[in-house]
Write a protein that binds this ligand. Structure first.
Ligand code: PLP
Length: 366
C-alpha cells in the first residue's frame, strides 16, 4: 500500500521510492550550496548511471544516450536515419501515439509508411513479418515491446531475426516492459530501444534513455550537436566536430542532474532486487488479478498466454463504462487507469502486495 492508495498504475506513473527522492533532494541541495563546484563531482555519477542502465538492459555504456523521454529517443531515430523518398518503414499500429507518430510523420518526407493493424490485444508477429516480407525491404520496423493498453508482449528477438534477414533495422519502444521484466537488448538483437524512467523504472518523469546498438551508431545523424556531443567537451574554444565515440554524442547539451540522480537510485533498487525476482512477483500479482476479476464476472481483455504476458492486465465490467469504473475505484482508494483499451488497466509492480490486489477485487461492483 502506498500512503492512502492501493496503487495499481505503474504503467501510468510510478510512486517514487524514498531513496530516489533522497537522491534527487541531495542533488538539488548540492546545486543550491555549491553550484558549479558540485557539477564536476556529478560527472562521474552520470557515467556510473550510464554503466548501470547498460548493465540493466543488456547493453554497453557506449550504447546508451540519456533522453528527456521515450518520444525524444524515438524521434532521434526516426529523424536521424536520413530517410526520404524511396524508403519504406513498417510500423505496428493501434498503439501509443509516441510509438506511431514519429514514423507516420515521415510520410511528409516521402517515406512509404506501412501501418500494421492490431488483431485482438496486440499486433500479431505473423502480420508484421508478412508486411516486412511483402514489397520493398523496409529500412526500419518500429513497434512496442509491450502494448500500453492491453499489455500484449511481442517477442522482440523473433521480429528482429525476421527483419535482419531482409536488412531492416528494428526500433522498439520498451517503456512498458523495462523494469518489470528481464530485458537483454543484445540478446534480442534490436537496433534501437527507448524508454522513460517514470513507469516501471520507478523514477521521475522526464528522464529516459535511448539504446543504439554499437554497429549502427554511425548511421544515426546527430540532430542536436553541442558541447556534450564531442570528445573534447569542456575545451570551449575547440569547435572541431569530433563526435563522442558512443551514443552520448546524441545528447548535445546539459543533462538534468537531479533527474539522473533519482534514476540512479531507483535503478540500484531494481537491480539489487533482481529482474527475475521482480518479474516472478509481478507475475504472481497479475495472476491474482486475472483470477479475481474473472471470479467477479469481469471480461478479461488481456491475453494470458505466458508468451505475451506482461505487468498489465486490462478488463471491462459487463455493465459499467470503463471511465465510471475507474472513477469509482479511485473513490474507494484504488488507483488504476481508465479507460484503456476498452477497459480498466491494472499494473502492479513488485512493491505492491496481495492486499493491494484484494482491495481492487473488493472494490469492484458486481
Ligand atoms: C508505449 C508508450 N510509449 C511512450 C510513452 C510515454 O512517452 P514519453 O516517455 O515520451 O512521455 C508511454 C506512456 O504511457 C507509453 O505507454
Amino acid at each position: 500500500m502506498f500512503n492512502r492508495w492501493a496503487y495499481l498504475d505503474f504503467a501510468g506513473v510510478a510512486p517514487i521510492p524514498q531513496i530516489a527522492v533522497d537522491a534527487a533532494t541531495l542533488a538539488l541541495e548540492a546545486q543550491a550550496l555549491d553550484a558549479i563546484v558540485s557539477v564536476d563531482d556529478t560527472e562521474a555519477a552520470i557515467e556510473e548511471l550510464r554503466e548501470d542502465v547498460a548493465r540493466f538492459v543488456g547493453a554497453t555504456a557506449e550504447e546508451i544516450a540519456f533522453v528527456r523521454n521515450t518520444t525524444e529517443g524515438l524521434g532521434w531515430v526516426a529523424n536521424g536515419l536520413g530517410l526520404g523518398a524511396g524508403d519504406r518503414v513498417v510500423v505496428a499500429g493501434d498503439d501509443f501515439p509516441s510509438a506511431v507518430l514519429p514514423w507516420t510523420n515521415l510520410a511528409a518526407r516521402g517515406v512509404d509508411v506501412d501501418v500494421v493493424a492490431r488483431r485482438g490485444p496486440g499486433v500479431v508477429l505473423d502480420d508484421l513479418v508478412a508486411a516486412v516480407g511483402g514489397g520493398k525491404p523496409p529500412a526500419l520496423v518500429a513497434l512496442t515491446w509491450v502494448h500500453y493498453a492491453t499489455g500484449w508482449r511481442t517477442d522482440l528477438g523473433e521480429i528482429v531475426r525476421a527483419c535482419h534477414e531482409r536488412g531492416s533495422l528494428v526500433c522498439a519502444d520498451v517503456i512498458q516492459g523495462v523494469g518489470v521484466m528481464p530485458l537483454d537488448l543484445h540478446a534480442t538483437g534490436v537496433d534501437f530501444a527507448a524508454a522513460d524512467g517514470h513507469k516501471w523504472l520507478c523514477s521521475v518523469e522526464g528522464q529516459g534513455f535511448l539504446y543504439v546498438r554499437h554497429s549502427v551508431l554511425d548511421r544515426l545523424q546527430v540532430l542536436e550537436p553541442g558541447w556534450n556531443s564531442v570528445v573534447q567537451r569542456g575545451q570551449w574554444e575547440d569547435l572541431a566536430w569530433t563526435p563522442d565515440p558512443g551514443a552520448r554524442r546524441l545528447e548535445g547539451g546539459t543533462p538534468t542532474r537531479v533527474a539522473l540522480a533519482a534514476l540512479l537510485a531507483s535503478l540500484h533498487l531494481l537491480a539489487s532486487t533482481g529482474s527475475e525476482r521482480i518479474w516472478d512477483r509481478v507475475r504472481d500479482l497479475t495472476n491474482r488479478v486475472v483470477a479475481g476479476v474473472h471470479d467477479a464476472g469481469m471480461n478479461l481483455l488481456t491475453a494470458r498466454d505466458p508468451a505475451h504476458a506482461s505487468g498489465i492486465v486490462t478488463f471491462s465490467h459487463p455493465r459499467m463504462r470503463a471511465e465510471d469504473l475507474g472513477a469509482l475505484l479511485r473513490s474507494r482508494g484504488v488507483v488504476v487507469a481508465a479507460p484503456r483499451g476498452g477497459g480498466v488497466r491494472v499494473s502492479p509492480h513488485f512493491v505492491c502486495n496481495e492486499d493491494d490486489v484484494d482491495a481492487l477485487l473488493e472494490a469492484l461492483p458486481r
